[in-house]
Design a binder for this molecule. Structure first.
Ligand SMILES: Cc1ncc(COP(=O)(O)O)c(C=O)c1O
Length: 428
């Protein structure tokens, strides 16, 4: 049997620092244990498998972004990244509004939001109930097609209430380096950019139909670790806005921009370079001030994002149930798996499965001297937690933590698969 090379050698401590960069500081590390307020996580969580989210890390991520943004640009939390209600409630104290993707998310946002927060909903097949809820509560509807504009007008007329609407733009470019392209080419999301000027020309007709066109929703992709590419995309949006201002005279009152900030999930990934992003955000703020007539008209601008704000604050915790060797490969079979954490198995938006930052949370200082495969409890070969992964030697009962698990985890996984228990979630 050929000897396998470790993909991600190093202690848990090193994996933590490489993965989270400066945000690693918000996790406590006492006597080799990953900890919160001096207590090991394995003592804070009553049972595995479980997601644990740290308030301190949520605060740190939001603060890191705020520091890089000019004051004129706000932050919207995209609830889809993690809709765990206590976490969303905590986010309300850190952000200026919420992006929703369903009726339930709008209801949750309505429960936690204060009077200053803005709420919006995006998504390509919104239901009548979603349109009606948004219209009733003054939630901005990011319209994804001309057909949707017509459906909004019907509801607005039926309810005798005006609708707040932003046109979601499908740009002529995609965000380079992003794990998920959501712009450029043909997409079910947004209105093709070449069709936008004609709609902007019809704003009076839209207004007569009950639509208050409040602005534009700009989203080109998600999960990019390429700060230069993100900066380039922000510049490209500004170019489009300038062009439309020249050709149609339209200046948006409100702009929601999805920057697609990524997080380091895999060996070799490096956290985003804020030395490149901060000046790009400053440039964006200045360009928008000029576009808005140098201060006479301010464009209320919000960045809309999820994973960057919450991924690093979450650890998925699982326990080794069995250790076995099959034809030369050592397996750690764990109680957690793809029914809670689909992305870990490579089945959520990845072309090829890559390893995640898995650490032995009670052995942070121990060198990763063993190369093992980690499997979950499901009867399918898809249930992979790690392959060829480097860890200190672990036995049944030992805990493994998957870093960067605060986004698109429990709610983005097939929780009903094999009728197993739902993931426990804790915010501490
Ligand atoms: C419209 C919209 N806004 C925001 C997001 C959040 O993206 P991320 O969590 O990568 O910041 C997404 C993700 O797909 C999205 O589709």
């Amino acid at each position: 049997m050929a000897k396998r090379t470790p993909i991600d050698p190093g202690s848990g401590q090193q994996v933590l620092e490489l993965t989270l960069g400066p945000l690693a500081e918000c996790w406590g590390r006492e006597n080799g244990h990953l900890s919160i307020d001096g207590q090991p996580l394995s003592a804070r969580v009553p049972q595995t498998p479980a997601y644990l989210y740290s308030r301190r890390c949520l605060d740190a991520a939001a603060a890191a972004l705020r520091t890089a943004l000019p004051e004129s640009i706000g932050i919207h939390y995209a609830i889809k990244a993690n809709p765990f209600p206590p976490l969303v409630r905590h986010m309300a104290g850190l952000v200026d509004g919420f992006d929703c993707a369903s009726l339930a998310e709008m209801q949750l946002a309505g429960e936690v939001a204060n009077a200053e927060h803005n709420i919006s909903i995006a998504g390509p097949a919104k239901s009548r109930a979603e349109h009606r809820h948004a219209i009733e509560h003054g939630i901005t509807i990011n319209a994804e097609s001309v057909g949707e504009l017509e459906r909004i007008m019907i509801e607005s007329r039926a309810m005798s209430r005006r609708a707040r609407v932003a046109l979601r733009v499908n740009p002529p470019f995609a965000l380079k380096g992003s794990g998920m392209h959501m712009g450029g080419g043909a997409r079910p999301f947004g209105i093709d950019s070449e069709a936008i000027p004609a709609l902007l020309e019809q704003r009076e007709t839209l207004a007569e139909g009950g639509i208050d066109l409040v602005g534009l929703h700009l989203f080109a992709g998600s999960q990019s670790l390429d700060a230069e590419a993100i900066a380039g995309t922000l510049d490209a949006w500004i170019e489009l806005l300038r062009e439309w201002q020249t050709t149609t005279g339209y200046t948006p009152d409100e702009l929601i921009i999805g920057p697609g900030l990524g997080v380091a999930y895999h060996p070799g990934d490096r956290p985003l370079d804020f030395d490149v992003l901060a000046p790009a955000f400053t440039r964006l703020g200045k360009a928008l001030a000029t576009l808005g007539d140098g201060g006479d008209t301010t464009i209320d601008t919000r960045l809309e994002l999820g994973r960057f704000l919450v991924a690093g604050a979450g650890v998925y915790l699982t326990r080794v149930i069995d250790r076995k060797v099959s034809r030369g490969t050592t397996y750690l079979v764990c109680d957690g798996g793809m029914h809670h954490h689909l992305a870990l198995s490579g089945n959520l938006g990845a072309v090829l499965r890559r390893n995640w930052p898995l650490i032995a949370i009670d052995r942070l200082d121990d060198e990763a001297i063993e190369t093992v495969d980690l499997a979950g409890p499901l009867c399918t070969p898809l249930d992979v937690l790690g392959k060829n992964q480097s860890l200190p030697p672990l036995s049944p009962g030992d805990w493994v933590g998957v870093l960067q698990s605060g986004a698109y985890g429990a709610s983005a996984s097939p929780g009903g698969f094999l009728s197993r228990d739902a993931a426990n979630e804790f915010l501490v």
